[in-house]
Design a protein around this ligand. Structure first.
Ligand code: PHB
Length: 400
C-alpha cells in the first residue's frame, strides 16, 4: 500500500514518542548538548498536567532538574523529607534517612516535573507536539527510522531521525516494535490496587506515612497546604461510584488508627480513582534504531516511589549514550545503554515488590503469613540494618 502524502517532513537526530517526564527530560538533555530532538504525544499538554501520579523525587533527580537548567522550582515549592513513617501494630516508627544514610527525598509531584519540563522545552525552542493522533513508528530496523503523525489541526507530518526513543509509558506501543521472537517480558500482577484520593484538608503528618494494618495498607502523602494525597489498598475491581466521602474516611482512619490516637484531618474528597499496578520489564531496551525508556520498558508498583526516578535515570544514561552514538563513536556506543539502565531497573523491581508485599494484605494470606509479615516489619524498624536498608533503597542509588 503506498504511503499517504505528508504535509511536512522534518529531519532531526532523535525523535521521541511520548512527552511525559522521560521523553521531555531526554529531549532537554540532548538539546543542552546541541542535539535536536522532536517529541510527540497523543495526550494534550493540559491532559498530562492534570494526571495525578506519584510524588517522590530522589535528591539526585531533584538536583538534576536544577543543575541542568530545567527549573529550580522544586527547591522553592517542593518539600525535602529527611525521613518517613512506617505505621503498624497501631504505632509509628520513623525511618530517619538523614541519620541513617545521609540522604533525603523531595516531595514534588510528577505533574510539577512535567510542567517544569514542558515550560523548559518551550523556553528553549524545543519542538514538542502534544495532542497528535495516528502515530506510526516506521523502519526502526534500519538506520533511517521515521515517525508519522497527524497533528491536532489535522495536518499529517513525518519526522526522519537517526534514532527513535519510545518513552510512551506503561500502556505505550513502541515496545511492541521489538519482534516477538527477540523480546522477553517479565512481570507479575498483584491481587490488589490502590484507591487514590485528593482531599481538601490540612496535612495530617509532617512526613509520608506508610501504614500496614489488619484492614490493609494505606499511604498518607501530601500535596499543598490545603490539599492532601492519600491511598488505600483496595480490590482491583472496586468502583469509585461505590465510595462516598464518609466511607473513604472511615476506611483510611481504620488503617492508621492506633494507641497513640492518631487521626487524619478530614475534608471534602476532590478526586478519587482506582489505580491498578503491576511489575513489568521488557528486554531488550534497544532494538535497531529504537530505544525504550521509562515506563515504556518497565513499570513498578508505586509503593517504593521508584517509577519516576527510574525513568529519569534511564534518560540520563540514554542521553549520554545517544550523544556518543551520534558522534565519532557511532552506533556501538548504544550497547552501553541497557546494562547501565537495567541494573537499576532490577534493583528497583526488587525494592518495589518487596515494599508492596511487606505492607499490603494479600486476600489469601494465612494466619502464618500475617505473623511472618509483622515479624518482618518488627525486624525492619527495630534493627539498624533493617532501617538502613529501607533508607538506602528508598532514597535511591547513585548513578555510576
Ligand atoms: C504520592 O505522593 O503520590 C506518592 C508518594 C509516595 C509513594 C507513592 C505515591 O510511594
Amino acid at each position: 500500500m503506498p504511503e499517504s502524502v505528508v504535509d511536512t517532513v522534518t529531519e532531526v537526530p532523535v525523535a521521541v514518542v511520548g512527552a511525559g517526564p522521560a521523553g521531555l527530560m531526554l529531549a532537554h538533555l540532548l538539546g543542552r548538548a546541541g542535539v535536536e530532538a522532536v517529541a510527540v504525544d497523543l495526550r494534550t499538554r493540559e491532559e498530562i498536567a492534570a494526571t495525578h501520579r506519584a510524588g517522590i523525587l530522589e535528591a539526585g533527580a531533584a538536583r538534576d532538574l536544577v543543575e541542568t537548567g530545567v527549573s529550580d522550582r522544586v527547591l522553592r515549592e517542593g518539600h525535602e523529607h529527611e525521613g518517613t513513617e512506617l505505621r503498624f501494630g497501631g504505632r509509628p516508627h520513623r525511618i530517619d534517612f538523614r541519620a541513617l544514610v545521609g540522604a533525603s527525598v523531595w516531595l514534588y509531584p510528577q505533574t510539577e516535573v512535567f510542567v517544569d519540563l514542558a515550560d523548559a522545552r518551550e523556553r528553549d525552542g524545543g519542538a514538542v507536539h502534544f495532542g497528535v493522533r495516528d502515530t506510526e513508528v516506521l523502519d526502526v530496523d534500519t538506520a533511517a527510522p521515521r515517525v508519522r503523525y497527524t497533528a491536532a489541526d489535522g495536518t499529517r507530518h513525518e519526522i526522519r531521525a537517526r534514532y527513535v526513543v519510545g518513552a510512551d509509558g506503561s500502556r505505550g506501543t513502541c515496545r511492541n516494535l521489538v519482534p516477538e521472537r527477540l523480546r522477553t517480558r517479565y512481570g507479575t500482577e498483584y491481587p490488589f490496587a490502590w484507591f487514590g484520593v485528593l482531599a481538601q484538608a490540612p496535612a495530617s503528618a509532617p512526613e509520608l506515612v506508610y501504614a500496614h494494618s489488619a484492614h490493609g495498607f494505606a499511604l498518607i502523602s501530601r500535596r499543598t497546604a490545603d490539599v492532601q494525597r492519600m491511598y488505600f489498598q483496595c480490590d482491583p475491581h472496586e468502583r469509585t461510584e461505590d465510595w462516598s466521602d464518609e466511607r473513604i474516611w472511615e476506611t483510611l482512619q481504620a488503617r492508621v488508627a492506633g494507641e497513640d490516637g492518631f487521626r487524619l484531618v478530614e475534608g471534602p474528597v476532590l478526586e478519587r480513582a482506582v489505580l491498578r499496578f503491576r511489575s513489568f520489564v521488557q528486554e531488550p531496551m534497544r532494538w535497531g534504531s529504537l530505544l525504550l525508556a521509562g515506563d515504556a520498558a518497565h513499570t513498578v508498583p508505586p509503593t517504593g516511589a521508584r517509577g519516576l526516578n527510574l525513568a529519569l535515570h534511564d534518560v540520563k544514561v540514554l542521553a549520554a549514550v545517544l550523544l556518543r552514538a551520534l558522534g565519532p563513536e557511532g552506533e556501538p556506543a548504544l550497547a552501553d545503554y541497557q546494562p547501565q539502565a537495567l541494573r537499576r531497573v532490577w534493583r528497583a523491581q526488587h525494592f518495589s515488590s518487596w515494599m508492596t508485599r511487606l505492607l499490603h494484605n494479600t486476600p489469601d494470606a494465612t494466619p502464618f503469613d500475617h505473623h511472618r509479615q509483622l515479624g518482618e516489619l518488627d525486624t525492619l524498624v527495630n534493627t539498624r540494618a533493617g532501617r538502613t536498608y529501607l533508607a538506602e533503597q528508598y532514597t535511591g542509588w547513585p548513578t555510576p
